[in-house]
Design a protein around this ligand. Structure first.
Ligand code: ZN
Length: 140
C-alpha cells in the first residue's frame, strides 16, 4: 500500500483517479513533512534551532500558501505590459539587522519597501526617459 493510499480518506479512494488528481493529492499529503526535506534555522545569538519542513508549493494546497502564490502570480501577470522592458532590481539588508527585523517585521519590512521604492523612483525619474513602476516582492 503506497503512502497516498494509506492517508487518503475512504471517500476519496477511487478505483482509478486521474493522474492529475493523484499528483495533487500526493503533494498535499507530503506538504511540510520530512519527505520534502527541511530547513534548519539557528539563532546567531542564543543558538536555538528551529526545523521548518519544506512546502509542496502546489496551487491547491491550503497549508503552504501555494494557492495564494498562484493567485498572486496570475494577478501580477495582468499588469505586465507587452513591449515594455522590465528589470529586476534587488535590495538587500545587512545580516547584522536580522535580529532587529525578526522582532519588528511589519515596521521594518514597510520601511524597506518604502525606501526601496523611493530610491528606485528617484533613479528612474532622473533618467528623464521612463515612467517608474514597480512590483515588489519580499524574498527572505
Ligand atoms: Zn503545500
Amino acid at each position: 500500500m503506497d503512502l497516498l493510499h494509506r492517508f487518503t480518506p475512504k471517500f476519496m479512494q477511487w478505483d482509478r483517479p486521474a493522474w492529475q488528481v493523484r499528483s495533487v493529492l500526493s503533494k498535499l499529503l507530503l506538504c511540510r513533512t520530512q519527505t520534502l526535506g527541511r530547513h534548519l534555522y539557528r539563532c546567531g545569538q542564543c543558538e536555538r534551532e528551529v526545523t521548518v519542513y519544506n512546502s509542496c508549493g502546489d496551487r491547491h494546497c491550503p497549508q503552504c500558501g501555494g494557492a495564494r502564490r498562484a493567485e498572486w502570480a496570475e494577478t501580477s501577470s495582468e499588469v505586465i505590459l507587452p513591449g515594455v522592458p522590465y528589470f529586476q532590481v534587488v535590495f538587500t539588508l545587512p545580516d547584522k539587522l536580522s535580529a532587529l527585523i525578526l522582532g519588528n517585521r511589519q515596521t521594518l519590512y514597510n520601511l524597506l519597501f518604502h525606501s526601496a521604492w523611493k530610491a528606485l523612483k528617484r533613479q528612474v525619474l532622473a533618467s528623464g526617459r521612463f515612467q517608474p513602476a514597480a512590483l515588489m516582492v519580499l524574498h527572505t
